[in-house]
Design a protein around this ligand. Sequence first.
Ligand SMILES: NC(=O)C1=CN([C@@H]2O[C@H](COP(=O)(O)OP(=O)(O)OC[C@H]3O[C@@H](n4cnc5c(N)ncnc54)[C@H](OP(=O)(O)O)[C@@H]3O)[C@@H](O)[C@H]2O)C=CC1
Ligand SMILES: CC(=O)N[C@@H](CCC(=O)OP(=O)(O)O)C(=O)O
Length: 310
Amino acid sequence: MAPKIFIDGEHGTTGLQIRTRMAGRRDVELLSIPEAERRNAAMREDMLNGADIAILCLPDDASKEAVQMVSANNNVRVIDTSTAFRVNPGWAYGFAEMDKQQADKIAAARFVANPGCYPTGAIGLIRPLRAAGILPDGYPVTVNAVSGYTGGGKQMIAQMENRDHPDAITAPHFLYGLPLTHKHVPEMTVHGLLDRAPIFSPSVGKFAQGMIVQVPLHLDNLAEGTTMESIHAALVAHYAGQDIVSVVPLAESKALPRVNAVELEGKDTMKLFVFGTPGASQVNLVALLDNLGKGASGAAVQNMDLMLAS
Ligand SMILES: NC(=O)C1=CN([C@@H]2O[C@H](COP(=O)(O)OP(=O)(O)OC[C@H]3O[C@@H](n4cnc5c(N)ncnc54)[C@H](OP(=O)(O)O)[C@@H]3O)[C@@H](O)[C@H]2O)C=CC1
Ligand SMILES: CC(=O)N[C@@H](CCC(=O)OP(=O)(O)O)C(=O)O
């Protein structure tokens, strides 16, 4: 019998994209609730408890409620796409490429926390440098990023696309998270293996899907002898043996006049770049992804497949 999958929040932005990715699959059976009943707690509880894997695409509070609904039922495994459990040690962090052992941890887990979109880029750049001893304790990391507006879910999509919306946003690009307390900072700190919280400055552009995450670094504050080339080599070594996260060759990066935030729209992969001038004292590390691809729905389906294969 095919394993049963229930996407709680299937009519939202992340849920719909997971459904699109699962369309036509015969190896799983999708349980579904009519859109009008999406907030019917009794129906959701039944569906959640009838699933082999429940994928939660809900706000944090609703995710916590859903986990309560299945907590006594060991037959149900959970992938949560919200922020609620990402730094909870009882949950496997769903970034399969972040370490060589992580895919196995996800495969064996009952509870998997899907990473946030910005942290996928930031951790993807930072963690290998911490693991390799290149980024020292106490380094003041900054993370600057731009996301497509679908990152803000149904509400922001309406604000960006509907000029008559009472809170319509007309800016083509805006900064937010201005108090520097964005909910992704703890996740970046913990899974980036940082001993000091990064300064995180997110922004949104007038495009639906895509993301650039930048981590600029001063080489003279890194481990002695660190160069642009040694940082690139550390990233290449860290991501060897898989094809989801790729490290762009230095010669290719050098030839680029610009980075296009929507280049990976619709894809579930991530590209990492090391920019700078050989011999100079600064580098800019850049991650490029689709906020709804490797940043959300693509990663959720990848994690589901790892769990189904175990
Ligand atoms: N969009 C993105 O790029 C990313 C999103 N995420 C996370 O994924 C989760 C879903 O986000 P997203 O898809 O963007 O959000 P949306 O607002 O687009 O969708 C959320 C869905 O959940 C439903 N919902 C809300 N509250 C409840 C409830 N109490 N019970 C049942 N259903 C409920 C909503 O219904 P209704 O229409 O009635 O509000 C809606 O269908 C969030 O935790 C978000 O932080 C993670 C990574 C990236
Ligand atoms: C553009 C935008 O608003 N983005 C969201 C993050 C999207 C994401 O990664 O989702 P999680 O909330 O599940 O972490 C934000 O900044 O809150």
